[in-house]
Design a protein around this ligand. Structure first.
Ligand code: ADP
Length: 455
């Protein structure tokens, strides 16, 4: 069953008593779904045209704090409204919630009805349009890793998030037996997403106790980002319904592996031919693919704040745990930041391995695409491939070590300012700096445990 619905299909499902609730939501700066629950009757009557939300939704942090220093909105500006405009192409069933459908929205200026430039969905749409204007359709898949715990979120709220019991007791990479034990959650997730029209390929155990991966079939970049946020939402909601919890933190425990969101990317011609493929060339890589990758490598450090948006994200970049530390490229080598996969075939693609599971897929895809397009527009030449274990490669381009460094690189990026606009770069630089300021200010458990008695 395809989960995609037309408005008429929704009306029929409502009249048949199958759907009574429509979630009307827009992705926020953190890539979360924010919005309202509509009675289906009201959505069908008028809600499908537009609704409204406070414009602080693109100016708060993870804890909904009203962060100072944004130009888009503030207490002085009175925190007015944005218009939420449902993108009816995203209307779908939500099989894991009773009687429910979902539609994703674009955020528009309340007065001019123009897209809000700092809105993650608008940022990505603009880069996809740039690629199309050059004659290419950008396709991507964002693999998602996450941890599953036997604790419920409510239990963790009462007892604190330190006493965690991972769903498995050992590294479950590719394990069938351990993942059989997890099927009440993972089977419901695969089938729920399939029923929502999200093309799930598979799930698997990952390389740490309690860690999972889910793969969704590659699609047009905007659709892929939509699939990503719906998949995260589904994972949390289904886990919650089973009394379990999941986390998409990039690094929930420094003694364990982190969770990634690798981004597989390829460009296709407008009539559907794989533009990265040139039979006979090295690895089958066309000059276009080489330029695209050259752009991503040249600008990798500037776009890292969009791939690793929190202080915690940088704790994932450590040696020997499959997360990269160097922004270099290599064929099928998991120690490189950029890995060429699908050598010589239609599946030829570049996988950016820098991003953590905490990335906002709209921003990550937009930044990667902007960097790749810059490489094409400037005809950049691809640097030589690196081979072997990249962790120890002296002199190789380093991924920024901290969010502080990444924020400075983002702010100074002429490429991103030209591609995304100054307002976008300034807004997200402020978001990154706020995370750093908060982290600098807060006293942590670690400091108390280390210093209280012995210091
Ligand atoms: P891995 O071994 O890296 O996990 P997979 O075979 O699971 O590789 O594929 C990873 C992802 O790459 C899948 O989500 C798949 O849909 C996607 N993918 C396959 N071909 C392409 C392509 N040409 N462009 C972008 N993504 C692709």
């Amino acid at each position: 069953m395809s989960g995609a619905m037309t408005l008429d299909g929704l009306r029929a499902a409502f009249e048949a008593g199958e759907i009574d609730t429509v979630l009307v939501a827009a992705p926020d700066m953190q890539g979360r779904l924010m919005g309202k629950r509509f009675h289906a009757a009201h959505f069908l009557d008028s809600g499908w045209r537009e609704t409204h939300c406070c414009n602080y939704l693109l100016a708060t942090d993870m804890e909904m704090y009203t962060v100072p220093g944004y130009r888009s909105t503030s207490w002085e500006a009175g925190y007015g409204d944005y218009t939420m405009v449902p993108d009816l192409a995203t209307l779908r069933r939500v099989p894991w919630l009773p009687g429910t459908a979902l539609v994703l929205c674009d955020l528009q200026d309340h007065h001019t009805h123009a897209d809000v430039p700092i809105s993650p969905r608008a940022i990505l749409k603009r880069q996809v349009a740039r690629a199309r204007a050059l004659g290419y359709v950008p396709m991507a898949a964002t693999e998602l890793e996450f941890f599953v715990f036997d604790n419920s979120y409510e239990d963790l709220r009462d007892r604190g998030v330190n006493d965690l019991r991972p769903v498995s007791g050992y590294n479950e990479d590719y394990h069938i037996f351990q993942t059989t034990k997890e099927e009440p959650l993972m089977r419901a997730l695969r089938n729920g997403l399939f029923g929502a029209g999200v093309p799930v390929e598979n799930t698997k155990g990952e390389a740490e106790a309690g860690q999972e991966e889910i793969n969704i079939r590659y699609a047009d970049m905007l659709e892929t980002a939509d699939f990503h946020v719906i998949t995260k939402q589904a994972t949390k909601e289904i886990a919650h319904s089973l009394g379990k919890s999941v986390t998409f933190m990039a690094k929930y425990d420094h003694t364990r592996a982190g969770s990634s969101s690798h981004v597989h990317q390829s460009l296709w011609t407008l009539d559907g031919a794989p533009a990265f493929l040139e039979p006979g060339a090295e690895y089958g890589m066309s000059p276009l693919m080489r330029q695209f990758m050259a752009g991503q490598l040249a600008h990798a450090r500037e776009i890292t704040a969009f791939l690793a948006p929190y202080v915690n994200s940088y704790k994932r970049f450590c040696v020997g745990m499959f997360a990269p530390t160097k922004a270099v490229w290599s064929l099928d080598n998991r120690t490189a930041g950029f890995r060429v996969c699908g050598e010589g075939s239609k599946a030829l693609r570049v996988e950016c391995r820098i991003g953590g599971a905490d990335l906002n897929p709209y921003l990550a895809c937009a930044a990667l695409l902007a960097a790749g397009l810059a490489g094409i527009e400037q005809g950049l030449e691809l640097e030589p491939e690196m081979r072997g274990d990249m962790y120890g490669a002296a002199g190789a381009r380093e991924i920024p070590r901290t969010l502080r460094e990444a924020a400075d690189l983002l702010e100074g990026s002429a490429m991103l300012r030209a591609a995304l606009g100054d307002d976008v770069v300034d807004h997200y630089t402020r978001a990154a700096r706020w995370e750093v300021e908060e982290h600098d200010r807060v006293v942590t458990d670690w400091e108390r445990a280390r210093l209280f008695e012995r210091g």
